[in-house]
Every structure is written in structure tokens, then in C-alpha cells.
Design a protein around this ligand. Structure first.
Ligand SMILES: Nc1nc2c(c(=O)[nH]1)N[C@H]1C(S)=C(S)[C@@H](COP(=O)(O)O)O[C@H]1N2
Ligand SMILES: [Mo]
Length: 302
């Protein structure tokens, strides 16, 4: 067997093992057929699942997750990005890592795929709009990338910026939005083990509507913190304004920790509706990741 078949075989065994262990089921993969993998991606996907991040619940169906997307660069209608985002060209693609760092660098996406520790993780995902999903992301912890550029002592925050291509992403012609989309974290949050740069989902590269070729995933925070199709990561010594805080900070605040006790001004956050099945669940503090993140918020009463 070649390396890819071998990896496929071993990860399939790990996969079904994990499924039995966690009682999870996997959806079929019609999306995968629409994605072409380059030589580096063929080596990587599907990646080994990190068994530290498995969950005791069903995964969201892949095709449901891939046809219900927030990606305002293309449309504010969640049905549209699965079509409209296909216009985005994702090679070549570089990510600048800059600002308050000792070694600023521009990385090509394929070099990140080659040199970062790529793994698969099952995460819960909760949008501020009260829908939720459970998906297997492929990627690497953000801290592995930040360490490469050597953050300076005075750095306190990180800003993530999405591409700006209004002729491709027609949503960016809407002048009332503060393009390009930006998001931010404290540096401590960015260095948390859960903070993940996703390059893939369901065992293959990200479909464009999910934010190819790389997007952020911060599972204890509302989904809008996870900027898609990132072109720059900048270390700062102040809390940056973001797409959502510029639009409406009272409804979409910078911290954005999932908390069922703090209602959105226009709806409750106590429950969530699962994408695909419509099943309702109780929302959990920090989206169920309290043990891994409570240390970040000392002095707060949980
Ligand atoms: N660049 C960009 N990133 C974005 C968004 C967006 O509109 N543009 N929407 C955010 C919101 S509100 C959510 S809930 C998630 C949705 O991710 P998904 O479509 O992959 O489920 O992406 C986030 N990242
Ligand atoms: Mo969202």
C-alpha cells in the first residue's frame, strides 16, 4: 500500500473505533466528490483523529452543514454561499503573520499543510443565532503557528482578517458593512489548546462555503469569532474593533463566550437547534468546554 492508502486504512480503523466508543455516526460524503485535492492534500486527508476531542453525540450531516452557511462576503442568505463561494480562487493563497512578533512571515497554505501538526477534532459549534452543529474539523492548533513567529512580550491581542475581493465576493459591494471581515481574540485565548485553524472538514479540504482554504474555529465562543478564508493574522497591543463590534457591539460583543444565561437583546440563548435534524438542545456554558477555558476568565462566577 502507498502512504495515503495506509493512512486511510489506519485512520479508518481509528475512526470506526472512535465511533463505537463515542456512539457517533458518520454521514455519507456527497460533498467530497466536488473537491479536488492537490498532491499535498492527498497526503494529509483524511487526517488522524485526535481522540482527546471526540464527542458523545451524532455528527451533523455533511451536506446539511455545507448548505447552511454564514458567509456575508457572498450573501446574507444561508442557502447561497454553497453556490456563490465557488467563485473564490483558493490557490495560490498566502497568510501573513505580522505585527508584534519577532519573526513576521508569510506562509503559503500548502506549506502550512506540510509543516503544521495536522489532525482531526470533533467540536461542537454554536452560532449566536441559536443554531448549532457537531462537525469533524481537520487542521492544527493556532498556537503551533503563533509560536513560529515568536510573539513579543507587549502583544495582548490577535486580529484575523478575511480576503477582500468585491468583484468575486459580491456581498462586499454592500457599502454598509465594514469590509474586510475581521475578528479578534486575546493572545491568551489564541494560545488555548482548543483554538483551531481548520483547513478541512469531514476528512477532506474545506468546501469554499466553510471558509477555504483556512478558517478559525473557537468552539467555546459564538461562531462569528471563526473568521473564514483568512489572509492575515496580526498581533496587537490593544483590543481591535471587528466586523461585528463595528456593526452592533451590543448584540455581537468582542468576547462572545457561549453563555445560556446571557440573552441576546432580541432572543434567548438558553437553547439551540441542531442543523439538519432541527433537534433542540440546552445550550451549555462555554458550549461545553468549561474545563478547558474557565482559567481564561478568572474572577468570573460560573
Ligand atoms: N469571513 C467571514 N467569516 C465568517 C462569517 C462571515 O460572514 N464572513 N460568518 C461567521 C458566522 S456568523 C458563523 S456562524 C460561521 C459559520 O460557519 P459555517 O458556515 O462554516 O458553518 O462563520 C463565521 N465566519
Ligand atoms: Mo453565526
Amino acid at each position: 500500500m502507498n502512504r495515503r492508502q495506509f493512512l486511510k486504512g489506519t485512520s479508518a480503523i481509528a475512526f470506526y473505533g472512535a465511533m463505537l466508543y463515542a456512539g457517533c455516526s458518520r454521514a455519507s460524503s456527497p460533498i467530497e466528490e466536488g473537491i479536488t485535492l492537490n498532491e499535498i492534500e492527498k497526503e494529509i486527508y483524511p487526517a488522524q483523529r485526535n481522540l482527546k476531542y471526540t464527542l458523545d453525540c451524532n455528527l451533523t450531516e455533511e451536506k446539511e452543514a455545507a448548505s447552511y452557511n454564514n458567509f456575508y462576503e457572498f450573501s446574507s442568505d444561508k442557502k447561497d454561499p454553497s453556490n456563490l463561494a465557488q467563485e473564490l480562487s483558493i490557490r495560490p493563497w498566502t497568510v501573513e503573520v505580522k505585527g508584534l512578533v519577532g519573526k513576521p512571515r508569510t506562509f503559503h497554505i500548502d506549506d502550512l499543510l506540510k509543516y503544521m501538526p495536522i489532525e482531526e477534532r470533533l467540536y461542537r459549534f454554536r452560532c449566536v443565532e441559536a443554531w448549532a452543529m457537531v462537525v469533524p474539523w481537520t487542521g492544527f492548533p493556532l498556537k503551533a503557528l503563533l509560536r513560529k513567529v515568536e510573539p513579543l512580550k507587549q502583544a495582548t491581542h490577535v486580529r484575523f482578517t478575511t480576503f477582500h475581493k468585491p468583484l468575486t465576493a459580491r456581498g462586499q459591494l454592500a457599502f454598509w458593512y465594514p469590509w474586510p471581515y475581521t475578528e479578534g481574540l486575546t493572545l491568551e485565548e489564541a494560545m488555548n489548546e482548543l483554538t483551531f485553524v481548520a483547513t478541512g472538514i469531514y476528512g477532506h479540504p474545506l468546501p469554499k462555503q466553510h471558509g477555504a482554504p483556512l478558517r478559525l474555529v473557537v468552539p467555546w465562543k459564538y461562531g462569528y469569532k471563526g473568521a473564514k478564508s483568512i489572509v492575515s493574522i496580526e498581533l496587537l497591543d490593544y483590543q481591535p474593533s471587528t466586523f461585528w463590534t463595528t456593526l452592533q457591539a451590543k448584540e455581537y460583543d468582542f468576547v462572545a463566550n457561549v453563555n445560556p444565561r446571557i440573552a441576546h437583546p432580541r432572543w434567548l440563548q438558553t437553547r439551540e437547534k441542531m442543523v439538519g435534524t432541527g433537534e433542540e438542545r440546552l445550550t451549555r456554558l462555554f458550549n461545553g468546554y468549561r474545563d478547558q477555558v474557565a482559567y481564561l476568565y478568572p474572577g468570573q462566577f460560573f
